[in-house]
Ligand binder design. Sequence first.
Ligand SMILES: *Cc1c(COP(=O)(O)O)cnc(C)c1O
Length: 367
Amino acid sequence: MTEIPLVDLKAQYAALRFEIDVALSRVLDHAEFILGREVSTFESAFARYTGTADCVGVASGTAALKLALLALGVGPGDEVVTAAHTFIATAEAISLVGARPVFADIDEETFTLDPTSVERALTSRTRALIPVHLYGQPVDMDPLLEIARSRNLAVIEDAAQAHGAEYRGRRCGSIGRLACFSFYPGKNLGAYGDAGAVTGNDPVLLDRVRKLRDHGRSSKYEHEVIGHAERMDALQAAVLAVKLRRLDGWTEARRVAASLYSDLLSGIPVEVPREPAYARSVYHLFVIRVRKRDAVLDGLRHRGIGAGVHYPVPLHRQPAYQALGYGSLSLPRTEEAAAEVLSLPIYPEITPDQIGRVVQALRECLR
Ligand SMILES: *Cc1c(COP(=O)(O)O)cnc(C)c1O
């Protein structure tokens, strides 16, 4: 049995039950289930939270990425440079709009896009870059913004794991032309189903996303462009609005947990996450590097610790991309990371005692 889970969504609901239940019954009473007042209230609050001019609520993080690419006019014949060490949705969105993902290698310490490798991946077809703020750790954006500026490329942040994270004092989600969030239940800000958002400061682009999410509508019966059915629903927006008020407190609790892990793990032969001077990480995941990872993972699970691996198979090695001819691509630092990363349990409610038990179990596994 898993005694300490990787994430604990039940503990969070237990603490919020009353407020959440009130919000959900309000929606059931007014019966405005898709978009509407709940969604616009959440959108305004989340735009304020990220420090952006606007936010468009959509059906998932994947939808956010897809619609952001479409709003920027990325499509067939275009290439978009991103990481292969990420959740597949980042690349899937590129493929789904008909463009080609081009994978660049990562920096081995931060697990995020390496600018030198990005430079090498550029071609005359490159239209955009999608840096991923993986594990809640902000990407070093300045070098990428500089590459994008000199080549006239759009930067879309994949901030699905980085709600509230900061890069040089600015919130992730406010730095690129557009940014994409996921509110999948296990994310730092999670709905009770699928949801996502696009944030940014360019009213023309956000207006396009707003139309694209809802059948290209400019009014109820007028469809200006061929659009999608990728709207946020009101029940999710109502839950998210309640939870957003707690997010900074939860982030603080994650940072305290991460710092305790780092202290307790010093002297053990694993590498702990490093927070560069430019970053304030929100520890969506607490990812260490360890040799013989699979044996350690088995050992932890055997001891009731819900450890995980994010992600064991880099995207260019996934069957879906092998079938598209990515088989011969070599990304050494991505491949090494995939073999060594190990996610330890982290969530705002995790206790020092639980962290101590995880570390003790890890010691035993490394013996
Ligand atoms: C979760 C996630 C997504 C996709 O979000 P969904 O809401 O599940 O569609 C995209 N990118 C990254 C990095 C993610 O972690």
